[in-house]
Design a protein around this ligand. Structure first.
Ligand SMILES: [Fe+2]
Ligand SMILES: [Fe+2]
Length: 227
């Protein structure tokens, strides 16, 4: 049976968001000094890469293809301009983490979620709470050190505008491609819409094979044999 193209695509977008989240945190490691911040960042990076792996595994388990994306959430945020200072990266990360948690919760709120996907959504969501908490405290502390606590609220408000625009764009892309978004409340007709797109194959990522030579793909497939 063909994998559900809607799920394969959404899981690839979730995976991309986790991978790029980890990338941003690694950048922060190179910008901050020794001590507790490095330690917290290391733990945080470990979580985000684990989340990326859980979505990778989910894609594989439903028979989908893992696809690198260049139009995911962070790439779209980046087009508006990525922050350069440590304070701004912390503030942006708070907004990004809140968006991830909101999106996972919206998906979880729907009744049309299979048990394994629900388990993955719950697993990744539980880590996002401490991610938001520590980044928020650190960013607020930096604003206080700059002499004005309001700088935190101003930065968050700035990134929330960008996040809202990107989220609307992505939900529109999802609904336009697959008939509905997992961000939206469930409607009974979604069952029929999902069946239609499954049968049609939609604009499926299954067709997008990577460009590695067959020998490289074979070596990767062999490495994955035991997973
Ligand atoms: Fe995550
Ligand atoms: Fe996170």
């Amino acid at each position: 049976m063909q994998p559900d193209p809607h799920l394969v695509t959404v899981f690839n977008y979730y995976r991309d968001a986790e991978m790029r989240g980890a990338t941003l945190l690694i950048r922060l490691c190179n910008m901050t000094g020794p001590g507790d911040v490095q330690t917290a960042l290391s733990r945080h990076i470990c979580d985000e890469t684990r989340h990326a792996w859980l979505w990778t595994k989910r894609i594989m388990d439903i028979g989908g293809v893992v696809v690198p994306l260049d139009d995911g959430y962070q790439r779209r945020i980046g087009r508006v301009g990525l922050p350069r200072t440590i304070f701004d990266i912390f503030a942006l990360t708070v907004v990004v983490e809140q968006r991830a948690l909101t999106r996972y919760n919206e998906h979880l709120a729907r009744p049309d979620v299979d048990a394994d996907t629900r388990k993955t959504l719950e697993d990744v969501s539980k880590d996002e709470h401490w991610h938001i908490g520590w980044m928020e405290s650190a960013a607020k502390e930096m604003a206080r050190a700059k002499g004005d606590e309001k700088l935190y609220d101003i930065a968050i408000a700035k990134y929330r505008v960008i996040d809202d625009e990107v989220t609307i764009e992505l939900n529109k892309f999802e609904s336009g491609t697959f008939g509905f978004s997992f961000s939206h409340p469930f409607k009974p007709e979604d069952i029929e819409i999902a069946r239609h797109y499954r049968e049609k194959g939609a604009r499926t990522m299954q067709d997008e094979r990577n460009s590695e030579p067959p020998g490289v793909r074979a070596a990767a497939a062999a490495a994955l044999g035991g997973i």
